[in-house]
Ligand binder design. Structure first.
Ligand SMILES: NC(=O)C1=CN([C@@H]2O[C@H](COP(=O)(O)OP(=O)(O)OC[C@H]3O[C@@H](n4cnc5c(N)ncnc54)[C@H](O)[C@@H]3O)[C@@H](O)[C@H]2O)C=CC1
Ligand SMILES: O=C(O)[C@@H]1CCC=N1
Length: 267
């Protein structure tokens, strides 16, 4: 692929976060990122970062060799119809749209274009995404570029497309589940004496520490928990009370409910 300029179609929560992460990463100069969004406010935020705002989606695809579609599932078909005249065989089409498969995307865009499904999360703005990539038999050169691109924006894992719905739940929704844990722990922290800001800082840094313990050692969480739970101590008392109230079960059921929602809606 010759043209390594990057397009983003839809600069809402995710498209905007990708643009921010890309500019921060220095992987590409801001002016080589081409975006369109019908919301002028979103485009202005992009312009302020030095990103090139286009007049429409077709112009994005004409300028960029690789483009990321980050619109809601119900807008994808309209977007693909709009960009179709600019879809030459040298383009790489990356979709982060939840629940829309490569087969469906191929029907919309045509056979002769390289299509990837990618599932990032909002931490991509900080280059801390966990991004799942499904390559479905694309050319090695294209695949290498897409992986390199998202490696600059966090960590990547390559998965078969059949796991994309599960990836959406565990990684993309997962950020929200983790944040809800942080909020709940903060609320407990406030009730036992901390101000909100201090409770937030203590909880967030503690979660970061827990995450690093797992990521850096590869240990099972329970192995690290065993080091904290003094017999007859305060930790096990709290943990057991959480389990009596359904903590793990509630999380697992939430994950399954999100997964079912993707299956049910086909989105
Ligand atoms: N929000 C998240 O954490 C994640 C979202 N996704 C997927 O990313 C996609 C976007 O989600 P969000 O960013 O949350 O939604 P959003 O609503 O924040 O952003 C979508 C953007 O698309 C723009 N848009 C609407 N019609 C358009 C058109 N014809 N051309 C160009 N832009 C258009 C909207 O103005 C909006 O700014 C969805 O398909 C979602 O499934 C995937 C992973 C994580
Ligand atoms: O909630 C949603 O439907 C989207 C997909 C993954 C994260 N947000």
């Amino acid at each position: 692929m010759e043209n390594k300029k990057i397009g983003i179609i839809g600069t809402g929560n995710m498209g905007g976060a990708i643009a921010v992460g890309l500019v921060k990463s220095g992987f590409i100069s801001a002016s080589d990122i081409f975006v369109f969004d019908p919301k002028e406010k979103n485009l202005n935020e992009m312009r302020e970062m030095g990103v090139t705002a286009c007049k429409n989606n077709k112009e994005v695809v004409q300028n960029a060799g690789v483009f990321i579609v980050a619109v809601k599932p119900y807008h994808i078909e309209g977007v693909v119809n709009e960009i179709k005249p600019a879809l030459t065989s040298d383009k790489i089409f990356i979709s982060i749209v939840a629940g829309v498969g490569i087969e469906e995307l191929t029907k919309m865009a045509g056979e002769n274009i390289s299509i990837f499904r990618v599932m990032p999360n909002t931490a991509i703005a900080l280059q801390e995404s966990l991004t799942c990539i499904s390559t479905n038999g694309n050319k090695t050169e294209d695949k290498d570029f897409v992986i390199e691109l998202f490696d600059k924006l966090g960590k990547t894992v390559e998965i078969p497309e059949e796991l994309m719905a599960a990836a959406t739940v565990l990684s993309s929704c997962g950020i929200a589940y983790a944040l809800r844990y942080i909020r709940a722990a903060m609320q407990g922290g406030i009730e036992i004496g901390f101000g909100a800001d201090m409770a937030q800082f203590i909880t967030a840094q503690t979660v970061k520490g827990a995450t690093e313990l797992i990521l850096q050692t590869g240990h099972h969480p329970e192995r690290e928990i065993d080091k904290v739970t003094t017999p007859r101590g305060v930790t096990i008392t709290g943990l057991n009370e959480m389990e009596h109230k359904g903590f793990s079960s509630s999380l697992i059921q939430g994950v399954l409910a999100s997964y079912k929602k993707i299956d049910n809606s086909g989105k």
